[in-house]
Design a protein around this ligand. Structure first.
Ligand SMILES: Cc1cc2nc3c(=O)[nH]c(=O)nc-3n(C[C@H](O)[C@H](O)[C@H](O)COP(=O)(O)OP(=O)(O)OC[C@H]3O[C@@H](n4cnc5c(N)ncnc54)[C@H](O)[C@@H]3O)c2cc1C
Length: 405
């Protein structure tokens, strides 16, 4: 899938990062005739994109009214509309490029973990319905029917949303970008960015790329390539375990094929894949590999939710990094002339990564910064980011421990 990089090269656009953001930028830019060189340090999907739950959500983490309140009526409403329509756009790319990623269009369920969580969902549902979105508020009984568990206080089904195998989607974007003419090199780390005259020089461990523009699609996996960038967000982890394929044993769980996440302050997620595996996750890292604390947490949580399921075996576990911003809104920064980075997706990156990549490509093809889905902003350091990351990690570990006994 990767075209090797040997020695120095030139391109119109150098893109650092082989995730949704970098590859969507590459695909859309290459389709506009921009010569692109993608540089990925590890492999396609190594970052959040390949480790994702697979919930193709509409809108942002925040309810629409809160987005408008934080961004202003006009820009907020425009972003909500763009990201509300974004699952449809992701599905259209999957169709157009025949991406094999187990895509479903059956919606997602945001499940209430408490009466307070249900009140939050009702508020979201009211606003989405006012905006004409196809969302349904589920009563406790309806949620029990849809989820196959009596443990939730209700739910919000968003019929614009769906699920994917995220690694399949990100690999498909890489292939589509290459098909459109982009060069995609893996195992190449960008080590330094230098501005010389009107050009950027990206120094890597395999040679340099001279380019007019550079896009950093490194999000929570940002290193020190652009000093200070990784101090602009608080990094948290999210972990998942996948059971072996469970066949008909799992068929009453999320029988409509929706992916689920809950309203708990330490979020929990569940999806049934195309092979009948249950993929269960929460905030934090995998602790103790396939036999330790996280496995006990997963087994205990499934038993609590689905007492009839019985013992299950797990076959995979992994975790990844999420970039949280203080106001839970993503950013598009112009770090310098011709150097952009969309960043800070707050755990919601399938649709924003795809859409912001497309928008950056349009900008670099001659568009205007004013037409980006987000106003360009200056990077700001979050002074407490490292301390907050550690505190969150402690809270998430305690949560795994308490819920595994
Ligand atoms: C466990 C988990 C579950 C999630 N679930 C969901 C979900 O269900 N729905 C959803 O919408 N979002 C979800 N997210 C969020 C989403 O996955 C991310 O927001 C998204 O993947 C970010 O994409 P990206 O392309 O910007 O960055 P990434 O996919 O993180 O890619 C960044 C890449 O940059 C590379 N890189 C970094 N530095 C360099 C360098 N110097 N040189 C070369 N390459 C470099 C890294 O190797 C990495 O591959 C989840 C995230 C995690 C971690």
């Amino acid at each position: 899938m990767s075209s090797p990089m040997t020695g120095d090269t030139t391109a119109d656009l150098a893109i650092i990062g082989g995730g949704f953001t970098g590859l969507s930028t590459a695909l859309h830019a290459a389709e506009k005739g921009i010569e692109c060189q993608v540089l990925e340090a590890r492999k396609i999907g190594y970052g959040g994109s390949g480790r994702n739950v697979g919930l193709v959500n509409a809108g942002l983490w925040l309810p629409p009214q809160d987005v408008r309140q934080r961004m202003g009526e006009q820009r907020g409403a425009a972003l909500i509309k763009t990201l509300g329509d974004a699952p449809e756009y992701v599905q259209s790319l999957i169709q157009k490029h025949q991406i094999r990623c187990e895509a479903t269009r059956t919606g997602t369920i945001h499940a209430a973990h408490s009466p307070k969580g249900y009140a939050d969902l009702a508020r979201r549902a009211d606003e989405w319905r006012r905006l004409g979105a196809p969302v349904d508020l589920l009563s406790r009984d309806q949620a029990a029917e849809a989820i196959g568990s009596e443990r939730f206080y209700g739910g919000l089904v968003d019929r614009r949303a769906g699920t994917i195998n995220p690694m399949g989607y990100v690999r498909g974007l890489a292939r589509a970008a290459q098909g459109a003419g982009a060069r995609v090199a893996t195992g190449v780390t960008a080590q330094k960015l230098r501005r010389v005259g009107e050009r950027w020089i990206v120094e890597t461990d395999r040679g340099s790329v001279v380019a007019k523009s550079v896009v950093l699609g490194t999000n929570a996996y940002s290193d020190d390539l652009w000093p200070g960038l990784r101090q602009t967000f608080t990094m948290i982890h999210y972990f998942q375990l996948a059971t072996v394929p469970l066949g008909s044993r799992s068929s009453s769980i999320l029988s409509g094929g929706q992916g689920l996440w809950d309203t708990g302050p330490i979020m929990f997620s569940l999806r049934r894949d195309a092979f009948g595996r249950l993929i269960i996750g929460s905030m934090g890292t995998v602790i103790g590999g396939m036999t330790g604390l996280s496995r006990r947490w997963a087994a205990r949580t499934l038993r609590r939710l689905f007492p009839d399921l019985g013992e299950v075996e797990f076959e995979h576990c992994w975790h990844g990094r999420i970039a949280m911003t203080p106001d839970h809104l993503p950013r598009i920064h112009r770090l310098a002339e011709g150097l952009y980075t969309p960043i800070g997706y707050n755990g919601r990156g399938i649709t924003p990564g795809t859409i912001f990549g497309k928008a950056i490509a349009e900008l670099l093809a001659g568009g205007r910064e004013e037409d980006l889905p987000l106003p360009i902003s200056e990077p700001k350091r979050v002074t407490s980011a490292a301390v907050m990351s550690r505190l969150y990690q402690m809270a998430f570990t305690a949560n795994q421990y308490l819920k595994s006994i």
